[in-house]
Design a protein around this ligand. Structure first.
Ligand SMILES: [Zn+2]
Length: 91
């Protein structure tokens, strides 16, 4: 795969994370509403964003694509758009 295509494929991957998310020993809590589970983890290029059940989004700089790959497993859904992916995950 060419580098450009690879970057494209890496754009906008996402997965559900139903359980509480512990990062470096601390449970991730949404700063806006206090949610601590049922996240959508969005991997956009080298950045990981977290979206809470109330749709607050935040960049999480302690997570990266390596973390995402470790947790996403071999099956990663590809979606036409960010919105399609969220619908697929029920958000
Ligand atoms: Zn929230």
């Amino acid at each position: 795969m060419a580098a450009a295509e690879e970057r494209e494929a890496l754009a906008g991957r996402m997965m559900p994370h139903r359980q509480p998310l512990v990062i470096e020993g601390q449970m991730r809590v949404c700063s806006a509403c206090g949610a601590y589970r049922d996240w959508v983890v969005v991997c956009v290029r080298a950045q990981v964003w977290l979206r809470c059940p109330a749709r607050h989004e935040g960049y999480e700089d302690r997570l990266d694509t390596a973390w995402y790959d470790r947790h996403s497993g071999p099956i990663t859904h590809q979606h036409d758009s960010y919105e399609d992916g969220l619908r697929h995950l029920g958000h």
